[in-house]
Design a protein around this ligand. Sequence first.
Ligand code: NAD
Ligand code: GLY
Length: 367
Amino acid sequence: MPPIAQEVSIDLGERSYSIAIGGGLLADAASYEGLPHASTALIVSNTTVAPLYAERLRAALCSRYAQIHEVQLPDGEEHKNWQTLQSIFDVLLERGCDRKTVLFALGGGVVGDMTGFAAASYMRGVPFVQVPTTLLAQVDSSVGGKTGINHPLGKNMVGAFYQPRRVICDLDVLGTLPAREFSAGLAEVIKYGPIADVEFFCWLEQHMDDLIAHERSALVHAVCRSCEIKASVVGHDERESGLRAVLNFGHTFGHAIEAGMGYGVWLHGEGVGAGMVMAAELSHRLGLLEESFVSRLRGLVRRAGLPTRGPLLDDKDNAGRYLQLMRLDKKSEAGEIKFVLIDGPGRAMLRNAPDALVREVIDACCS
Ligand code: NAD
Ligand code: GLY
C-alpha cells in the first residue's frame, strides 16, 4: 500500500518545517527527500525501538548518506540524563562525525528530547530529524523544538529550544506500542481540547473507543489536529514567552507526580492525565470553570485508560510535598507557582492560586 500522507506545516520563518502523517512513511525513501546533504547520518534510538525499526530506517536512508551510524540508548525516562547524552557525543566523536552530520531520532519522547539536545550542542548545532514512534511523541514532543534532559531535582531542567528539519509520523509503528504507552499519548491528545478547541474535545468524546481500537481514520484525525494546534501555538510563541505555556496544561501537577514517584514509575502521560483533572478542579474552585466540564474531562481521561487521581507522594504532608515539587516548575517565578488553568472550555490562562486552595485540590484529588 502506498504511504498515505497528510502534512502539517510549522511556520517559524527560516526554521519552518513540515510534519508528515500517514502509513508506511518511515521506510519510504521519499519521506527524507530534500533534507540537508551530508555524507554521514546517525540514527539515535533505544534498545526497544531499534530492533523493531532501525533497519527499515537505515534502508530508507542508505541512498542519501554514505555512512549511517547508530547508537542505542538504554530505554526509560530514568536514563534521560547527562550520562546517556554523553554516550551520543561519544559515538559522534569516535566515528568522526562532522558538523553536517544529520541525526535521526527514532523513538519516543525520551529519545527525541535527548537527540534534539545532542543535535543542538554537537559542534554548536547539527541538523536533526524526528521520527517519533510513540503516540505521545507524534502529537507533542517531536514538534516544536523543546529538547533536553532531566535533573534529579526536576524534570526537563536542562535543555535548549532547537527545531528539527522534519517530523515523520508513521502511524503504522503505533501497532507495536504497548497499550499503556498508547494511553499515555492520549493524555497529550486530550489536553488540546480544553486549552484550544472545544469541538475537538467533543470529537474525542465521540471517538475515544475508535482511538483505543487504533481505527486508522480516527488516528489520522487525532494526530493531525493535535499537530495543527501545537504548530499554531509554537508558531506564535516558539520560546514560551507567554502563550506556549498553555501546552503545559496538567503538567505542573504531572511533573510533580513524575519526580515525586521517581522517574519512570508513573509515565509522563499518566502524570499529565491526573494532572489535567487536578488543574481543571483548581480552575473550578477558582470560579473559572463549570463543574460539569471537570466531570467530562475526568470521564474522557478515564476512558483513555489513564489515572484520574494523583498518587500520595508523602504520608505525612502530601500536599506540602506536591507544593515543594511544583515550586521547581519552570513556569514558577520567585517561588510562586503558575498554573495553566481553564477559563471556560477551549480557553486556557496562566495564573497563580492561593496555597490553601491548591492544598484543598490536592487533598481532594489524591489517594
Ligand atoms: P518514551 O520515549 O519513554 O517511550 C515509551 C516507551 O515505548 C519506551 O519504552 C519506548 O522504548 C517504547 N516504544 C517507543 N516506540 C515504540 C514502538 N513503536 N513500539 C514499541 N515500543 C515503543 O516515552 P514517551 O511517552 O514517548 O515520551 C515521554 C517523554 O517526552 C518525557 O521525557 C517527556 O518529558 C517528553 N516530552 C517532551 C515534550 C517536548 O515538547 N519536547 C512534550 C511532551 C513530552
Ligand atoms: N509540551 C509542551 C511544549 O512543547 O511546549
